[in-house]
Design a protein around this ligand. Structure first.
Ligand SMILES: Cc1cc2nc3c(=O)[nH]c(=O)nc-3n(C[C@H](O)[C@H](O)[C@H](O)COP(=O)(O)OP(=O)(O)OC[C@H]3O[C@@H](n4cnc5c(N)ncnc54)[C@H](O)[C@@H]3O)c2cc1C
Length: 388
């Protein structure tokens, strides 16, 4: 295939950047058009399961991850109120079982790694896509500043509220899922010894849970608290929140949870309404393909949203390397990814209610349906057969 194809990637998040790097490895020179004036990630952690790690390693990031991220020894479930440990899932054996590590790291470190890998010079910042026309022979892009571009291929990695998805695929707006995520990073030295162990800790209660794990070595602890709400009344889908609005959900919970909440700096708590969209039965329209959250947004209960976007990016690069034409490459990408991503999306969306339905008093080492037992980790995007 002609390596001079003009490929535009809309959105420079984890999905867009991974796709860009994978296309570069296949010999193409894509450009990323990003709405924000500067790259930035929320101050929060992220977990990368073996399926994502294997993809990132295939793009040359193995050493960086090994040096920067930590590998949890166990994922532990605790009774929210009593603090009793209910279950420990071994994560030490991920390298042996799946040939890829399970990592926890700071989002800014992951994004920084991808930006350096792709090259800032290949990113056009401050470019918000406003409209798109995708044909059999190319794509017209229109940006909010009024300028327009003609490209051969567009990859839409513009997130859950994708302009491209609305224009070409599905105009149903995202729906509030009833789930709310609260996020903060706290210094580990403000907490007890449990916080600095390489663990992923999840305290459970009916209709809520709270996860914590170390990042930046074990200097910081990432907190994600998940609660329910009947509606999302705020205009913005993520907003600064008062600590008292969060602590009310965890009154009477275990000492470790109280220590986590007390350590959150007053002005550094964020609340996110979690929105969902229906799975699509195709992601390609003309010469445009959806990727990452734009294609398959999912609730974060299995920690698979970014991992799935990374899988997409790696497969997209392999599809372009293997195909004889742009159309064939886009079809291979869609055929190889659609079923896998839709499974991750539906299981993740079920995962929250499943987890929060657990009654801690009755739960003792009962087998759980989680990302591991569902076989989600056993997927290597660098080697999985491509589907023509
Ligand atoms: C609380 C929470 C915890 C999570 N934890 C994990 C986890 O541990 N592991 C995991 O794998 N996943 C996790 N996820 C999911 C993960 O964060 C997302 O799935 C992932 O970031 C999606 O990446 P993306 O690149 O597809 O989209 P985004 O990150 O949304 O990036 C889209 C990019 O496109 C840009 N953009 C948008 N519109 C336009 C436009 N019109 N023109 C130009 N640019 C545009 C945006 O500025 C942005 O840079 C979590 C999510 C939440 C909410």
């Amino acid at each position: 295939m002609n390596r001079d194809l003009n490929i535009a990637i809309i959105g420079g998040g984890i999905g867009g950047l991974t796709a860009g790097i994978a296309l570069q490895k296949a010999g193409f020179s894509p450009r990323i058009y990003e709405r924000a004036p500067e790259f930035g990630e929320v101050g929060a952690g992220i977990s990368m399961s073996p399926n994502a790690t294997l993809g990132l390693e295939s793009l040359g990031f193995g050493d960086f991850l090994n040096d920067t991220a930590n590998e949890p020894l166990e994922q532990r479930l605790y009774h929210g109120e009593t603090g009793e440990m209910l279950m420990a899932i071994d994560r030490r054996n991920c390298r042996e079982t799946y040939h890829g590590a399970y990592y926890q790291l700071h989002r800014a470190d992951l994004l920084g790694m991808l930006i350096d890998g792709f090259g800032r010079e290949n990113c056009v910042m401050n470019q918000s896509l406003a409209g798109i026309d995708s044909r059999e022979d190319g794509v017209s892009l229109r940006f909010e500043d009024g300028h327009a571009e003609e490209v051969d291929i567009a990859i839409a990695a513009d997130g859950l509220r994708s302009v491209v998805r609305d224009a070409l695929f599905d105009s149903d707006p995202p729906e509030f899922s009833g789930h709310v995520a609260w996020r903060a990073l706290v210094p580990a030295n403000k907490l007890g010894t449990l916080s600095v162990e390489r663990l992923n800790i999840n305290h459970l209660g009916t209709g809520r849970n709270i996860v914590s794990y170390p990042v930046r070595g074990t200097d910081l602890v990432n907190i994600v608290a998940l609660t329910k709400a009947d509606a999302w009344a705020e205009e913005s889908w993520n907003a600064k929140a008062e600590k008292s609005e969060l602590t009310v959900h965890y009154e009477g919970w275990a000492d470790y949870v109280q220590a986590l909440l007390a350590a959150i700096p007053g002005d550094e708590l964020y609340r996110w309404g979690l929105f969902i969209r229906k799975p699509l039965d195709h992601w390609v329209s003309g010469r445009t393909a959806l990727l990452g959250d734009a294609a398959h947004p999912m609730l974060p209960y299995m920690g698979q949203g970014a991992s799935c976007a990374i899988e997409d990016g790696v497969i997209l690069g392999r599809a372009f390397a293997a195909a004889g034409s742009a159309d064939e490459a886009l079809n291979i990408y869609q055929n190889t990814r659609l079923e896998r991503a839709s499974t991750l999306q539906s299981e993740s969306n079920l995962g929250g209610d499943r987890l929060q339905a657990i009654v801690p008093d009755a739960f003792r080492n009962t087998p759980v349906k989680n990302e591991d037992s569902l076989g989600i980790f056993a997927y290597n995007p660098a080697t999985v057969p491509l589907k023509k």
